[in-house]
Design a protein around this ligand. Structure first.
Ligand code: SF4
Length: 191
């Protein structure tokens, strides 16, 4: 598959997920605290290479891929490098449109337990500051209500590219690998 087609397929999965999250938020009335982004500061976020392919492709198109590759290579930070706490507005992600699958899933998705039932997984802030809505949402999910299911979305990405979803890496490494993949793809091809 051509790389631009692959990027389009990943974006389509993201768009479907975003719609499902919006529907879940509307049903449950759950939302992130304004300007929070605390989950982005976690130092153990892992991601696959494929989920950052749209980000890497966009950088390549903007002639920024080498700049970012160098930035990622030079950094030894375990905190996501595209996090920008200084920007104005609600979000802290400087590449919000191109954020990865894990960034989208966090807070508004379920995992399946050993009985094949869905368990709603979210952050402490939502749990403790929106307790009544959280309790209602958790019950709704346990009873089979609609919510994005993590492994189903990972499977959708896996179906697009098995190699680029095989391993999970620290988030900055996943971004670096995605950029390297795009650069090596276009090394002998025209964009
Ligand atoms: S998911 Fe939780 S920690 Fe992350 S931005 Fe939303 S409220 Fe904050």
């Amino acid at each position: 598959m051509r790389l631009d087609d692959k990027v389009r397929e990943v974006v389509a999965v993201f768009e479907k997920l975003d719609q499902e999250i919006a529907a879940f938020q509307q049903t449950t009335d759950l939302h992130c605290k304004f300007g929070c982004g605390k989950c982005c500061y976690k130092s153990d976020i892992e991601a696959t290479t494929l989920e950052f392919l749209p980000f890497a492709f966009d950088l390549y198109k903007k002639d920024q891929a080498l700049v970012w590759l160098e930035k990622l290579k030079q950094s030894d930070s375990s905190i996501c490098l595209i996090l920008n706490p200084t920007q104005s507005g609600a979000g802290l992600c400087s590449e919000y449109v191109h954020r990865g699958l894990i960034c989208r899933l966090f807070g508004y998705s379920a995992r399946t337990n050993k009985y094949n039932q869905k368990d709603y997984v979210t952050c402490q802030i939502i749990k403790t500051e929106q307790t009544a809505n959280y309790d209602r949402a958790a019950k709704l999910v346990t009873e089979g209500g609609e919510i994005p299911v993590m492994n189903q979305f990972y499977m959708q990405l896996h179906a697009i590219d098995m190699d680029l979803t095989q391993n999970f890496y620290p988030i900055n490494e996943a971004m670096r690998r995605a950029i390297e993949h795009v650069l090596s793809y276009y090394a002998y091809r025209d964009a």
